[in-house]
Design a binder for this molecule. Structure first.
Ligand SMILES: Nc1ncnc2c1ncn2[C@@H]1O[C@H](COP(=O)(O)OP(=O)(O)OP(=O)(O)O)[C@@H](O)[C@H]1O
Ligand SMILES: [Mg+2]
Length: 481
């Protein structure tokens, strides 16, 4: 009995994929011979096996894309073979061939991962359509795989770049990098990073993330002082559509989008107390509930928190929860200010000089010794960020082949030793002074003051509360009241 009925011509729109490798396992030699010829005529690379043993060996040695498998094989249950090959080669697609009327086996096969089925006897058209359908699916799989590979390459090169670009020769920086690598190994451990502004806290947080088992997933960096108070809860926990005015869609919050990844909480000292309590619960329970919902959602994130404030002082003042601090600082990494690790200044100087010269398409200038000495003695209140900006500016303005001390614009002028005595580096006191000055400058208009300070109005109000700055009615404008 002929197994294949020939239907002349090809179905319309059928495009051959000559690279598809197809294996046919069937114990009827007539069938395999005929189907092999047909597949070859269609431009596929085809293999045949009349027993499972030979089939296994072809699967092992050739990179087969598609298996056409008869489930009525002598001495062995074809459904068991299907299970076995799907387990060994999860990306292999299988079209099963069944006897007419054996729908139970067909259903079991489809449940076990077969992509399609053919009932014997079948026509060329049937097999063409089945292969065409499978090929579309395989093409899609290939696109996804190549995209995944590309993404992992991107994250790999990003990871290498971050590590390569984190510069430092000092004892302290080496210890910090060691601690960061240890933190990366424990993918669930909370990390607290402290240090003045511009010391590289976010850089260290990224290194921990990209060196950890979570590196394929999101590094979600959140600065709560940049978010309006009324939106904080929904931003962190997400919300259900319609749960408040403006909630036009269901939305995932930071905790949910950080599932399997890292949630970087920048400037945690600015977080309002009521949110601190909720965040503590989310960290402890690893579940969150969206605003307007009742069902909790599980999410597996790691927290890395950072601050440039003196947390101990904030706890004393009851502005930060002690229990939250204990949750956050399982590993504590403190980055000392740049002026306390002068061994890092020269390497950073070289790194950023080369980097900016390349980016700005300029020749790399020589930095004169007197300039280096001046920088080694400078106090860098803005730390590495300040050094970086200082170099960028110097290279942009540079008209000669070398950089002198006067090309580096420091905050204090050049005679830094003298200046160091004058300048008060206490961040909190300076912040307080700055808020006062800005309020005065803007005639106590809170919106304008916030804009001047480059923070949100809520962040300004939080700082005013923190420092107990009261604005009398007479000195504030009606707009803010
Ligand atoms: N060791 C370092 N090597 C190279 N670049 C660094 C290093 N430390 C910091 N930087 C650079 O300095 C800038 C500030 O770093 P980062 O944003 O990580 O600081 P931060 O401590 O988070 O500051 P802030 O408290 O103001 O948020 C970034 O451009 C960063 O790449
Ligand atoms: Mg930062």
């Amino acid at each position: 009995m002929p197994i294949l009925y020939n239907t002349p011509g090809r179905p319309e729109n059928y495009q051959l994929n000559s690279q598809l490798k197809v294996l046919v396992i069937d114990d009827e030699i007539n069938f395999t011979e005929e189907i092999e010829e047909f597949l070859q005529n269609q431009g596929f690379i085809s293999y045949t096996a009349n027993n499972v043993h030979k089939g296994r060996s072809i699967l092992k040695n050739q990179n087969i894309d598609l298996l056409i498998l008869d489930i009525r094989l002598k001495g062995i249950n074809g459904l068991d073979v299907l299970k076995e090959v799907k387990q060994t080669y999860p990306k292999l697609e299988v079209i099963i061939v069944s006897a007419h009327g054996d729908m139970d086996s067909v259903i079991t096969a489809l449940r076990n991962g077969a992509i399609d089925y053919l009932k014997k006897p079948f026509r060329h058209t049937d097999i063409q359509i089945a292969i065409q359908r499978t090929r579309k699916f395989l093409d899609l799989q290939r696109v996804i795989t190549s995209m995944e590979a590309k993404n992992s390459l991107i994250s790999q090169s990003l990871q290498e770049k971050i590590k390569r670009d984190f510069i430092g020769e000092s004892k302290q920086i080496k210890q910090i990098l060691d601690l960061a690598v240890t933190a990366a190994k424990y993918k669930n451990t909370s990390v607290l990073i402290t240090g003045e502004s511009g010391t590289g806290k976010e850089n260290i947080a990224r290194i921990i993330h990209y060196e950890s088992a979570r590196n394929e997933n999101l590094f979600c960096a959140v600065n709560s002082s940049a978010i309006t108070d009324s939106l904080l809860e929904s931003e962190f926990f997400g919300h259900k559509k319609g749960s408040f005015t403006g909630a036009i869609n269901d939305k995932k919050g930071f905790f949910e989008v950080s599932d399997q990844g890292t949630l970087f909480l920048d400037e945690i000292a600015d977080m309002p107390l009521n949110l601190q309590a909720k965040i503590l619960r989310a960290i402890e329970e690893k579940t969150i509930t969206r605003v307007g919902e009742t069902d909790p959602i599980a999410t597996d994130f790691r927290i890395i928190a950072a601050t440039n404030h003196d947390i101990a002082k904030l706890i004393e003042e009851k502005k930060f929860r002690l229990d939250l601090l204990h949750r956050l600082n399982t590993i504590h990494i403190h980055i000392p200010p740049l002026r306390e690790r002068i061994d890092d200044i020269e390497p950073l100087l070289t790194h950023y000089t080369n980097d900016f010269a390349r980016k700005l398409n300029k020749p790399v200038p020589v930095i004169e010794r007197e300039a280096i000495n001046a920088l080694l003695n400078y106090s860098f209140p803005g730390n590495v960020r300040e050094l970086r900006n200082m170099i960028e500016r110097a290279i942009i303005l540079c008209k000669t082949e070398s950089l002198k001390a006067s090309d580096f614009q420091t905050y204090e002028g050049h005679d830094s030793e003298k200046e160091k005595e004058k300048i008060n580096f206490n961040l909190e006191e300076n912040e307080l002074k700055l808020v006062h000055l800005a309020l005065k400058e803007m005639n106590y208009n809170q919106n304008k003051t916030a804009e001047l300070l480059g923070i949100t109005r809520d962040a300004l109000i939080r700082r005013m509360k923190k420092y107990n700055i009261k604005v009398s009615k007479s000195s504030s404008t009606t707009e803010d009241e």
